[in-house]
Design a binder for this molecule. Structure first.
Ligand SMILES: Nc1nc2c(ncn2[C@@H]2O[C@H](COP(=O)(O)OP(=O)(O)OP(=O)(O)O)[C@@H](O)[C@H]2O)c(=O)[nH]1
Ligand SMILES: [Mg+2]
Length: 546
């Protein structure tokens, strides 16, 4: 079995599908995962989808690059150095920049981009010689991220999410500060393709210390997961490294890959996080024994054994009414039918008249109910325990979500089941006819003998009755009626026992089929819905990471 972690590693995105396709998949994952996966996670996926959709609707000819960093690191100075004009205020008082400024090179349509970014302070680089290399660039000078002003880092956080590329401007004093590494750089590890790091104020570092310092910074970045990110040493005021930075930015602008790369990184990051929570393992299997125990527990709670016993007694009773000795079978009619007592004798016509009348099978006892709960728990465990906690919880919740309906559903299933007791076999009718004939023989013989006895008592001449097989006919009739009736009753009783048992078994089968339907409806279908949702989220996340 693949572990969640191994599986997740296998499924880390390769970036081969288009960003819109991946976004659509992420949106689907968020939609289906809503209410099942962590809300905050689903929210962030939806935010990525919304933001990316917004960015994709804008001009693809523009590349938005933001200069971010601590106060005094030289963002505004770098902004001016790239612009070639003093547009941003560079100050001594810290922090200086409190409102983001934007400057656009060439390309029409920057207004729309700046509107979307919510940047009000705008400049346009006038077209002229030596500016076309940056055509299409929208450069932002952000406030400091480490400000005492809450509004500043809120603004930084907001724009860091929106821009296509980030240039982190660090300085020799604070480049190792935990604040920027933990809060910004490490969480953006998946975005290294759209990041450049600048070590500014390099003129303030002794020439011999410059290379080791850049190496130290590169090591720290590698620890953040940002290995391979370009690191440039610059001096915004002296101009060192600025042409290199400009060339690097110009190349990225020219390639026009930053928008897609940024959005792809956003999708990868959030989809990967979702996949870690969602898991990639297959759900467990429902074993035959678990399903059988579930049906057994439900059948027990539905009183199937009671009904089955009643079917057996009812069939035996009806049988003996047909095949029994007339004298005693008449007495058995006085006892009520065991099925009638359970209100289960209505037959189809009766059911149509009364709707689904409630049977009087007793409500499940606490022991029966506990057995049902245990069986449901086992099934939910078998299917859900391999999944990550959000999904095993969802499966468990789904498994009991409809159990409030248990008693009614079981009752309906029992009432609606044709127990197959109403059929009257032909041999019952024949036996009944024979019993009537035997009774008539008995009665005829009895009356005849009685008549002879009365005549004898009154000393009147008695005609000799005809003889058959050496016996007087009335005696023969009486014996035939008596013995025939009793033998038929005896044999009938034996055969009826077999019939009743077989009818009871078939009624039990039918009931269990109906009860199995109830377990499907109340337990397995709700679980299936969750497993289908799980599979859908899993599929969508794989597609989002493709
Ligand atoms: N020596 C030297 N000074 C620099 C360099 N870059 C900026 N400065 C100075 O450092 C101070 C701060 O520069 P800013 O560009 O305002 O810094 P910032 O990052 O925009 O600061 P905030 O707007 O407060 O976030 C100014 O006095 C700049 O002149 C540099 O590379 N070398
Ligand atoms: Mg500034």
């Amino acid at each position: 079995m693949t572990s969640v972690v191994e599986g997740a590693k296998r499924l880390v995105g390769r970036g081969s599908a288009s960003v819109p396709d991946r976004l659509q998949a992420l949106e689907r994952a968020a939609e289906v995962g809503r209410g099942r996966l962590d809300d905050a996670l689903v929210d962030s996926a939806e935010t990525v989808v919304r933001r990316a959709t917004g960015r994709l609707a804008l001009s693809g000819n523009h590349t938005i690059v933001a200069l971010a960093g601590a106060t005094g690191s030289g963002k505004s100075s770098t902004f001016n150095a790239l612009a070639g004009v003093e547009v941003a205020t560079v100050g001594v008082r810290r922090p200086t920049t409190s409102v983001t400024s934007g400057i656009a090179w060439g390309e029409e349509g920057a207004t729309e981009v700046l509107d979307w970014l919510g940047v009000q302070r705008r400049h346009q680089v006038p077209p002229g010689p030596g500016t076309t290399d940056l055509d299409g660039l929208v450069l932002l000078d952000l406030p400091d991220h480490d400000s005492t002003e809450v509004a500043h880092h809120l603004e930084v956080d907001r724009l860091v999410q929106l821009v296509d590329m980030l240039v982190w401007v660090l300085d020799p004093q604070k480049y190792a500060d935990a604040a920027i590494h933990q809060r910004y750089l490490r969480p953006l590890a998946s975005h290294k393709d759209v990041m450049i790091v600048v070590l500014n104020h390099i003129d303030e570092v002794a020439p011999a210390d410059r290379a080791p310092m850049v190496e130290d910074l590169a090591r720290l970045l590698a620890d953040d997961g940002l290995d391979g990110v370009p690191v440039l040493a610059t001096s915004a005021t002296q101009g060192d490294g600025i042409p290199e930075l400009r060339a690097l930015v110009a190349r990225r602008v020219r390639e026009k890959k930053a928008v897609a790369a940024r959005l792809a990184a956003d999708v990868t990051s959030v989809a990967h996080e979702m996949q870690r929570h969602n898991g990639v393992t297959d759900p467990g299997q429902l074993h035959r024994a678990d399903k059988a125990e579930l049906v057994d527990a439900f059948a027990d709670a539905a009183g199937v054994p009671t009904v089955t016993r009643a079917v057996q007694r009812s069939v035996a009773r009806r049988g003996s009414q047909h095949t029994g000795w007339l004298v005693t079978s008449w007495l058995s009619r006085l006892k009520p039918d065991p099925l009638r007592r359970l209100h289960l004798d209505m037959g189809d016509a009766g059911k149509q008249l009364t709707g689904l009348g409630r049977a009087s099978v007793p409500e499940p006892t606490r022991v029966q109910r506990a057995r049902v709960d245990g069986a449901v728990r086992s099934v939910a465990g078998a299917l859900g325990s391999q999944l990550t906690p959000p999904w095993s919880d969802a499966v468990r919740r789904a498994s009991v979500s409809r159990l409030d309906d248990l008693n009614d559903a079981l009752d309906r299933a029992v009432v609606a089941t044709d127990l197959g007791v109403s059929r009257t076999p032909l041999w019952w009718r024949v036996a009944r006819l024979l019993q009537v004939l035997f009774a008539l023989c008995l009665l005829g013989g009895l009356l005849w003998l009685a008549a002879l006895a009365v005549l004898g008592y009154l000393q009147m001449p008695t005609p000799d009755p005809p003889e058959q097989y050496g016996l007087p006919l009335p005696t023969l009739l009486l014996l035939l009626g008596l013995v025939g009736g009793l033998v038929l009753a005896f044999v009938g009783r034996f055969v009826n026992g077999l019939v009743a048992r077989s009818r009871a078994r078939s009624a039990e089968r039918r009931l269990r089929t109906a009860i199995s339907g109830v377990t499907d409806e109340l337990v397995l279908a709700p679980i299936d819905t969750e497993l289908a949702a799980y599979a859908e989220v899993r599929r969508a996340l794989t597609a989002a990471l493709r």
